[in-house]
Design a protein around this ligand. Sequence first.
Ligand SMILES: [Zn+2]
Length: 331
Amino acid sequence: MRRLVKAIDLGLAHIMRPAQSGVAILGFHGLMPDDGADGDGTVDPYQPFTCCDLDRLITSARAAGLRFICGRDLDRLATGGRADSGTAIWLTFDDGYANNLGALPILRKHSVPATFFITSGAVASGDAFWWDVLYREGRRRNQSIQALAARREALKACPPAAIRATLIADFGETAFRPCGDLDRPMTAPELSAFARDPLVEIGNHTQNHAILSILPEADQRREIAGSQDFLARVTGNAPQVIAYPNGGATPATLRIAGESGLMTGVTCLPHRNALPPHQSSGEQMALGRFMGLRHDAMERETRLAFATPALAQYNAVRSRRPLLDPDMPHD
Ligand SMILES: [Zn+2]
């Protein structure tokens, strides 16, 4: 597999078109310290990404002539009526891990904005995220990475309360207590201070990390609006952007998000978006996003985001990887 990717990488040099316009949205979760890419056993290391990786990514994208925007810039571009607004990258972090606070010195160093999609219920409760509880407790019981990845995917078919009840039944209520700064969510005071930085944009990631597409409409509305209310209270502003957990959204989800005051929505469908997004098609409520960039392939993937033919080829390779490969991104 590595050889195949390498071969594609070499071929890319001839077909990349970095000057194509559009915005590539890149999605991350935790941000690990430089010496602990895989975490400390308390977090599911499905997507190792470190502060050093972030610094490198920004540096290499800048060197490739790309600029950085965030969600609020899309509205400005749309109302400005510019048909072609160049090429850009939008950095996003999902879930609301306290370790994301470590991004700020790097964003400031490069003067680059980023969006942080917050699971408001995690901030309110201080509980660890359920997938980390599953990973930590499962590994302590010697369950295999593959078995845990399969269980994680199966649990995603359940509403948040059912997932929690299942894990409490298996591991006890105390399993939801975070172990430390790597696996805990931000506190409300941390979030409030973080949101005040002009380079930080705060987005909605629902109240309970609900996969909205499996919920009745009333529950979807509660998940989205409840998070809007909480984040407005803590940060002083209601978010304008939402990342649908796991990328799960139906047409009803997009409508409810719009009715809840959100202007922009991001999925996990791996494609680049028009800049500004096409207003008439509703594209702005369901933007594509590249999840799970691996630190050892960062520069290649950044360039891939701007090379459509190469991207199609790359996705074809990726889809042939085993379904339960622990390295496969999830969100
Ligand atoms: Zn998430």
